[in-house]
Design a protein around this ligand. Structure first.
Ligand SMILES: Nc1nc2c(c(=O)[nH]1)N[C@H]1C(S)=C(S)[C@@H](COP(=O)(O)OP(=O)(O)OC[C@H]3O[C@@H](n4cnc5c(=O)[nH]c(N)nc54)[C@H](O)[C@@H]3O)O[C@H]1N2
Ligand SMILES: Nc1nc2c(c(=O)[nH]1)N[C@H]1C(S)=C(S)[C@@H](COP(=O)(O)OP(=O)(O)OC[C@H]3O[C@@H](n4cnc5c(=O)[nH]c(N)nc54)[C@H](O)[C@@H]3O)O[C@H]1N2
Ligand code: SF4
Ligand SMILES: [Mo]
Length: 883
């Protein structure tokens, strides 16, 4: 098969991938010709081949749990939406869409809802992600415009990361900045946790949660005081400087006062302020630690203010830079996927509504903003919304107060879900399930964090009856009576219409794809990555080079921002601040990375990070199961004691779901507090408390198939995919009868030979089933105090077709005959190098990350694990000092 050049489906870096398919298997490598990654891929991109099988896919439409034809499903969706609209008005229906749709899909969804249904109740999961940055951009620049480009990250002499764990979440970009650090680029990380990004930085500012505005305002006040602002630039290109200065003068802006409020050492804060002042080429990246806040817009504006006041924007290596999360978060922002924008960077002004209505030939275009994600699900809960169509997102897992979201979906009269997978947590609530093409099958365009439009191209034939999302929607639109406006025969046609809209009556909108309006199908297929605004002579890397912004007078706005506390302060009942976010090798709700055993090894199960100082008085030790409680819900996770965590703070990853760890989900805990302007939830802070779970027994179960926790037993249950089997970990608080109940459920129907070791008084059970010489199931349980062997070797036995005598004899011991007890957790996911192997290399003399890499291969592919390797090295080799 020929190699196909496409784009990675994960993060907003938007790496080019060269993919070769044979049947359903896939080889990938980084596309050296793609400007985002120049040939690199991270661990997730490298493991794409593990995630493209058909296992678990939804391949046919379903209605009420039975297989249905496309015709029947399409007619039903159209009829139920039309009836609901006829009876209750257009605002009684909603679409909830996603930054994982292609731009063409997004365009169709937006046109159908805002142009033809006549409501703006279409919102995207980017509300949970980028909405605060979008609002800040609009206020400061006049439109949602990302000033910089990736090259600026290399040209910069200082990169400031605000709430951005780039080492894990944008690994390929981070590699590019690491390379720049080699020539002297400095990194400052503003994050309550010492992340892998912070560990490598010149300066880490572990600020108290939600104090960013104070910190950035303090910086601006300090710059003004020190005469380090660019008044020439401000005079020529900015409005609002005086108002901001007046606002700043209301607080004590001394370094001592700001440092105290932010919980920082004054000398560290002073060092940052000096470094910032002294470094014209500064890029300030901001991500979820800034956006996901009840003051997310203010955080973005405070960062932008510092750049406007110093004229550090529109210049090589200098800009504020909101980095995007999803592969096509930008495409959604462009087309109008957010309920408070109309389309193509136009808002709900009467002129814009008329213009877009004219362009679409839309009789009843929406004229006011619709409901934002959190409000939308509140409206589902209270019955205002009676029909909802969810596409390419998993809100039962990813929205805040997820318990309430599930209740809302359960109550909603009509729920349609388009997804690639048959069993997501959200699918469980769908009356109609529509099978969408997945990455590798779908075909269209996405826009990355630097405004670069790239092609995703198909490498596989469409499986089963799955269809492109745009096609699914266009057919429903036609069945609702809007056939003419939705009659495209190809994605290239949609793209052309979209490009035409960006250029339509465009007197100054920078989002302009003008030269692409006539793109032929062949040219669309060949389209090379290009950054908008697209001009006759190509793309645009950097905006605002001429100091002109997209405001009526061409000037940028500095907007006064006042620091405030989180929406919900901690108190005696909930004294800790629960922060949530991402792990290195997993993607969101595990529907994809959960298919790759390699990607499941680095963080195999739900955990909560706690500072030892908070854990000790509660009697919580490393690895213990703990209950995390908030006013909204409870979860159970494994305690990770870490000095990298700020005292008073907890951190839980967002990834686990009903299918993998029913009690390990973070979002039933998260408060639905939002930023009043952007509507973005405060995912990074909910008051919480923790207690030991105090299990009386625990164990693990290996089987070839995934098992659900047996009904009627109250267990903490986690499933971790392995190469040839599924590992299930569990714990319970019941007595012997609970254990017996579980044993009965897990051994039911097992055929063949059984090996048993039962020590009733010691509370130990070890049982293995062998069928046709092959290992089939393994169950180990023990008391709370008892020990269990590591699982790796037992899990590996499932790869063997015939169990050898030595292995068989060692089975119930649980250790490989003659092998070292454990090889430790996987550090390098790409080359599958365990910690044990790295310790060996260090013992044998490897004294740097590079030396370990040379000896073991770890860190030689994507490099994401390099910070972790550095942590395994003896401490003295890694000390770095603040600037
Ligand atoms: N491996 C992986 N990569 C991903 C994704 C994934 O699921 N997995 N998802 C992608 C998506 S959609 C997104 S949006 C991005 C997100 O990328 P990031 O924003 O880098 O990821 P997060 O882990 O959500 O949060 C970043 C940091 O914000 C910090 N933070 C919390 N509270 C505060 C605060 O008050 N102030 C400051 N300054 N920092 C704070 C957290 O401690 C955390 O380290 O990642 C993208 N890349
Ligand atoms: N606690 C906490 N919660 C968070 C966050 C946090 O930091 N903390 N971050 C938030 C952020 S930034 C984000 S972006 C969200 C992400 O949250 P979600 O969007 O809910 O997460 P995904 O797992 O990416 O869901 C994508 C779904 O779409 C399906 N899918 C993939 N491709 C396609 C396609 O082409 N078509 C269709 N129809 N389906 C497809 C996948 O199978 C999957 O079910 O989570 C948010 N939730
Ligand atoms: S950094 Fe990794 S996840 Fe992000 S686009 Fe590149 S390969 Fe994909
Ligand atoms: Mo995101």
């Amino acid at each position: 098969m020929a190699e196909v050049r496409t784009t990675c489906p994960y993060c907003g870096v938007g790496c080019g991938v060269a993919a070769t398919a044979a049947g359903r298997s896939l080889q990938v490598r980084g596309d050296a010709g793609h400007p985002a990654n120049l040939g690199r891929l991270c661990s997730k991109g490298t493991a794409l081949g593990d995630t493209v099988g058909l296992e678990g896919r939804l391949l046919h439409p379903e209605i009420g749990g039975r297989r249905a034809s496309w015709e029947e499903a399409t007619q039903l969706v159209a009829r139920r939406f039309s009836e609901t609209i006829a009876r209750h008005g257009p605002d009684s229906v909603a679409f909830y869409v996603s930054g994982q749709l292609l731009t063409e899909d997004y365009y169709v969804a937006n046109k159908l809802m805002k142009g033809f249904i006549g409501s703006a109740n279409i919102d995207t999961n980017s509300r949970l992600c980028m909405a605060s940055a979008v609002a800040a951009h609009k206020q400061a620049f006049g439109a949602d415009l990302v000033p910089g480009c990736y090259q600026d990250l290399e040209l910069a002499d200082l990169v400031v990361f605000s709430g951005h764990n780039a080492a894990w979440t944008h690994p390929v970009l981070f590699r590019r900045m690491e390379a720049a650090r080699g020539r002297g680029q400095r990194h400052v990380v503003i994050d309550p946790r010492r992340t892998d990004t912070a560990q490598e930085a010149h300066l880490h500012l572990p600020l108290a949660p939600q104090t960013d505005v104070r910190l950035w305002n303090g910086l601006l006040a300090w710059l003004i005081e020190a005469g380090a602002v660019d008044l020439g630039y401000v005079d020529a290109h900015v409005i609002g400087f005086d108002a901001v200065r007046r606002q700043l003068s209301r607080d004590d802006q001394s370094v001592a006062a700001v440092a105290a409020d932010c919980g920082l050492a004054p000398e560290d804060l002073q060092a940052f302020y000096q470094l910032f002042a002294a470094t014209p080429r500064t890029v300030s990246l901001f991500s979820m630690g800034a956006n996901q806040s009840s003051q997310g817009v203010a955080k973005g504006l405070a960062i932008i203010n510092a750049h406007l006041a110093t004229g550090r924007i529109g210049k090589p290596g200098a800009c504020p830079f909101s980095i995007t999360g999803q592969p096509n978060a930008m495409g959604g922002r462009e087309t109008g996927g957010l309920a408070n924008t109309l389309a193509a960077h136009m808002d709900f002004t009467p002129e814009a509504c008329d213009r877009v209505g004219r362009f679409w030939g839309a009789p009843n275009i929406a004229r006011r903003p619709g409901l934002k994600a959190v409000e939308m699900f509140e409206a589902v809960a209270d019955g205002r919304i009676k029909a909802i169509w969810i596409m390419a997102t998993n809100p039962a897992v990813s929205l805040p107060d997820a318990g309430a979201v599930r209740e809302a979906l359960a109550r909603c009269p009509f729920v349609v879900v388009s997804d690639c997978m048959a069993q997501t947590d959200t699918m469980g609530f769908a009356q109609v399930k529509l099978p969408a093409l997945a990455w590798g099958e779908k075909d269209g365009t996405v826009t990355n964090s630097e405004r670069r439009i790239s092609r995703q191209r198909a490498v596989f034939a469409p499986p089963g009856e799955a269809r492109p999302d745009w096609k699914i929607m266009a057919e429903v639109a036609a069945a609702m009576g809007h056939g003419e406006a939705f009659a495209w025969r190809s994605n290239a046609q949609i793209f052309r219409e979209w490009a035409r809209l960006t250029a339509y009556e465009n007197d100054g909108r920078l989002l302009d794809l003008g030269p692409l309006v006539g793109v032929t199908p062949e040219a669309y297929d060949r389209l090379e990555p290009v950054q908008w605004p697209v001009r006759a002579d190509g793309g645009t890397d950097r905006l605002f080079v001429d100091g002109q912004f997209q405001t009526p007078d061409g000037r940028a706005r500095m907007v006064p921002t006042a620091p405030k506390g989180p929406a919900r302060p901690v108190d005696g009942a909930f004294p800790l601040s629960l922060n949530t976010g991402r792990v290195r090798d997993h993607w969101h709700t595990l529907t994809r990375t959960g298919l790759s055993p390699a990607l499941c090894r680095h963080a195999p199960e739900p955990y909560v990070e706690i500072h030892p100082r908070d854990a000790a008085p509660l009697g919580i030790g490393e690895g213990a199961l703990v209950r995390v409680r908030t006013a909204f819900g409870e979860a159970v996770a494994v305690a990770k004691l870490s000095e990298a965590q700020r005292p008073g703070g907890l951190f839980m990853p967002m990834h686990w779901t009903e299918a993998f760890a029913p009690l390990g989900r973070s979002n039933p805990l998260v408060a639905p507090d939002v930023d009043p302007v952007s509507g973005q939830p405060e995912f990074k802070h909910t008051p919480a408390r923790v207690h030991p779970y105090r299990e009386t027994w625990r164990g693990f179960f290996l089987a070839r198939e995934a098992w659900r926790p047996p009904k009627g037993l109250d267990l903490v249950w986690r499933r971790i995919p392995q190469t040839a089997c599924q590992l299930h970990e569990f714990a319970g608080r019941g007595d012997e009868s609970e254990r017996a109940g579980l044993r009965k459920a897990l051994t039911r129907g097992a055929a063949g030979e059984t090996l048993v070791l039962e020590d009733v008084r010691g509370g130990r059970l070890r049982e293995a089933f062998i069928s046709d010489g092959r290992i089939d199931r393994v169950l180990f349980t023990t008391t709370a105090e008892g020990r269990l062997p590591p699982r790796d070797w037992l899990a590996d036995l499932f790869t063997q077709d015939k169990l050898g005598d030595a292995d068989r004899a060692a089975l119930l011991v649980g250790f490989a005959p003659g092998a070292p007890a454990t090889t430790g957790p996987v550090v390098c996911a790409c080359l599958k190098v365990h910690a044990g192997r790295i310790h060996q290399a260090i013992a044998a003399g490897a004294d740097s990350v590079d030396a370990v890499a040379e000896a073991t291969g770890a860190g030689t592919n994507c490099g994401s694990c390099r910070p972790e390797i550095a942590r395994l090295l003896p401490a003295k080799l890694e000390t770095r000092h603040a600037a």
